[in-house]
Design a protein around this ligand. Structure first.
Ligand code: UDP
Ligand code: MG
Length: 204
């Protein structure tokens, strides 16, 4: 059987210190899998050296693609543009800030290959300031009650999707926060895996 192609979509706004270490961790995790892959960085109007770092990284590497926005269009647009341009059968999104641990990619892949259409990360132990964590807990609680979709961390940036799911999305504004709910409402099989979350070291 032909191996599926993996696409990694990484939105980045002002992440200059994180790009290179993230790439290195990602490659370390993915190379053992022996799947064909591409990495799509979406520079969302960064005003620091993110784009320069990306261009330097890309030199000579065909598996890296860079999409660069003229301004800051937001995370929904960054993800949607990545989804529109990727060629993967299984698509991952992860944040550029190193808070997600690329070492966990195999865990997501295993769950997708066991029959899930969308696997969303759950930052069970979260390293963010309380004024981020509390509103998120409330929103997730309300979303569970109102939609009946049993997801603990709908906004988690670390997710894996089958191609059909990303084809069904049309993200704008703040909609990226609710992707598992849209997918579940379209009868895609949605699951979650607990992920190791890390504090942000650089940037904000
Ligand atoms: N990001 C983006 N555009 C924005 C804001 C953020 O592409 O306007 C990226 C950011 O670089 C990071 C991810 O989206 O890779 C998540 O951002 P952040 O860490 O600020 O959000 P949180 O972890 O609180 O969800
Ligand atoms: Mg973050």
């Amino acid at each position: 059987m032909k191996k599926p192609i993996l696409s990694f979509i990484i939105p980045a706004k002002d992440e200059q210190e994180n790009i290179i270490p993230l790439y290195e961790e990602l490659i370390a995790s993915v190379k053992n899998l022996n799947y064909p892959f591409e990495i799509i960085f979406v520079d969302d109007g960064s005003t620091d050296k993110t784009l320069e770092k990306l261009k330097g990284l890309k030199t000579g590497k065909r598996q890296i693609k860079i999409i660069s926005f003229r301004g800051n269009f937001g995370k929904s647009m960054a993800l949607q543009t990545g989804f529109d341009q990727c060629k993967g059968d299984i698509i991952f999104t992860l944040d550029a800030d190193l808070q997600d641990n690329p070492g966990e990619i195999p865990k997501f892949l295993e769950k997708i290959e066991s029959g899930f259409d969308l696997v969303s990360g759950w930052k069970k132990k979260r390293y963010d300031p309380w004024d981020k964590v509390l509103p998120s807990k409330i929103i997730n609680f309300l979303a569970r009650i109102l939609t009946g979709v049993k997801i603990h961390d709908t906004n988690c940036g670390f997710k894996a999707y089958r191609r059909e799911v990303v084809r069904s999305l049309n993200l704008y504004g703040d909609l990226y926060r609710f992707i598992p709910i849209f997918a579940a409402k379209q009868n895609f099989k949605v699951g979650e895996v607990v992920v190791d979350h890390r504090p942000r070291r650089f940037g904000k």
